[in-house]
Design a binder for this molecule. Structure first.
Ligand SMILES: NC(=O)c1ccc[n+]([C@@H]2O[C@H](COP(=O)([O-])OP(=O)(O)OC[C@H]3O[C@@H](n4cnc5c(N)ncnc54)[C@H](O)[C@@H]3O)[C@@H](O)[C@H]2O)c1
Length: 306
C-alpha cells in the first residue's frame, strides 16, 4: 500500500513499545491511527505523548483485550465511527513468555496461545471481512519475532507461537493479493520496550499453574540492554514494509546467518533420493508457494515487491 496518507490503521498492544513505535511512524506519515491496548497506564501515557505532539486528532485510544471477541467487534465499530474505514491491521499485542519446556506448565502455554495466537485470530476474523467489504484494499501486519524464524534455544512456547504466525502470513498472502490486501510477517530482533514486564501483565487466571514465576521476576529485574533498537526506528521499518508490501519485515541484520544456517539444516535433512515425478505432479499445489518466488525475484532485481 504505497499511499498511506489519510488511511486508517488499527494497532493492538499499540500503547507501548513496538506498537507505539508503529503508531508514531503511521501518524507521522499522515495516517489516522487507532491505538488499542489492555493496559490503562500505557493508554494514558500514549495519549499524553500524542497530545504533546499535537497529533491527538489523528490518534484515537481505546481499551481492548485481544482475547475478548465481542470487545474486538465493538472496537472495530468504534474505529469506523471515529475515523471511517480501517485499511491497516497490526496484530501486535503480546508479551515475552520465555522459559524452558521443563519448567512450563499449562497456564504458560495457555496464556501465550490465547493472546499471541488467539488474539491474532480475533484480529483477522474481526477486520478482514470489513476490509474486504469496503474494497479499497489494505494491509495486515502481524508481529512475530526473530524467535519465530530462528527459534530461541530454551523458549519453545514463544517460538512455537511466533513461528505459527509467520506460517499464517505466508499462507494468507497469495490468497489476499487479488483483493489488494498486503500481508507482512514482522520479525523484529531486540527492541527497547516494556517486554520485561510480562509478570506484571499475567492475568490472575493464569497464575495458579505457571512454572515461570521466578523467570518473570528475573526478567523484570534484568539490567537494561544498551544496543536494542528504538521503537521509533522499528516503527519506521514497519511503515516501509507496508509501503513496499514486504512479506517479511526484518529489522536486525545480525540474524541473517543464523537463519541461513537453519534453512541449510532443513535442506540437509531431506532424503537424498530421486523425486517421485507422479507424486510431485499430483501434489503440485502442496510442493511450492508462489509467494516465495515473488520475493526472490524482486530481491534479484534489486527491488522489493510492489
Ligand atoms: N521487545 C522485543 O525485543 C521484541 C522482539 C520481537 C518481538 N516482540 C513482540 O512485539 C510485540 C510487542 O511487544 P513489546 O516488546 O512492544 O512489549 P510491550 O510490553 O512494550 O508492549 C506490548 C503491549 O501489548 C499489550 N498487551 C499485552 N497483552 C494484551 C492483550 N491481551 N490485549 C491487548 N493488549 C495487550 C501490553 O499492554 C503492552 O502495552 C509482542 O508481540 C512481542 O512478542 C518484541
Amino acid at each position: 500500500m504505497r499511499d498511506v496518507e489519510g488511511k486508517v490503521a488499527f494497532i493492538t498492544g499499540g500503547a507501548s513499545g513496538i506498537g507505539l513505535g508503529m503508531a508514531i511512524a503511521f501518524a507521522g506519515a499522515g495516517m489516522k491511527v487507532v491505538v488499542s491496548d489492555f493496559r490503562r497506564d500505557h493508554l494514558e501515557e500514549s495519549a499524553a505523548y500524542f497530545k504533546r505532539k499535537n497529533l491527538e486528532k489523528n490518534v484515537h485510544h481505546l481499551r481492548l483485550d485481544v482475547t475478548d471477541r465481542a470487545a474486538f467487534a465493538a472496537a472495530a465499530d468504534e474505529s469506523e465511527r471515529v475515523f471511517g474505514k480501517v485499511h491497516v491491521l497490526c496484530n501486535n499485542a503480546g508479551m515475552g513468555i520465555l522459559g524452558p519446556v521443563k519448567q512450563a506448565k499449562f497456564d504458560d502455554w495457555d496464556w501465550a496461545m490465547e493472546v499471541m495466537m488467539g488474539g491474532v485470530v480475533n484480529g483477522i476474523q474481526t477486520f478482514l471481512p470489513r476490509i474486504l467489504h469496503h474494497g479499497e484494499g489494505g494491509h495486515i501486519v502481524t508481529t512475530s519475532s526473530m524467535g519465530g524464524v530462528l527459534p530461541l534455544a530454551g523458549s519453545p512456547i514463544y517460538s512455537a507461537i511466533k513461528a505459527g504466525v509467520v506460517g499464517m502470513c505466508e499462507a494468507m498472502r497469495g490468497e489476499l493479493a487479488g483483493d489488494g490486501i498486503g500481508v507482512s510477517a514482522f520479525c523484529p530482533g531486540p527492541v527497547s520496550t516494556n517486554i520485561h514486564e510480562v509478570g506484571l501483565m499475567r492475568p490472575e487466571k493464569y497464575r495458579k499453574d505457571s512454572g515461570y514465576a521466578e523467570k518473570e521476576k528475573e526478567l523484570a529485574d534484568r539490567p537494561e540492554f544498551i544496543n536494542e533498537m528504538s521503537i521509533e526506528e522499528c516503527g519506521e521499518r514497519v511503515l516501509r514494509g507496508i509501503r513496499r508490501n514486504d512479506l517479511y519485515i526484518f529489522t536486525h541484520r545480525e540474524f541473517k546467518e543464523g537463519v541461513a544456517e537453519r534453512m541449510q539444516a532443513m535442506l540437509a535433512s531431506f532424503p537424498d533420493e530421486e523425486i517421485n515425478r507422479a507424486r510431485a505432479k499430483e501434489f503440485s499445489f502442496l510442493i511450492s508457494n508462489p509467494v516465495f518466488r515473488q520475493v526472490i525475484e524482486a530481491a534479484g532485481k534489486g527491488k522489493k515487491p510492489a
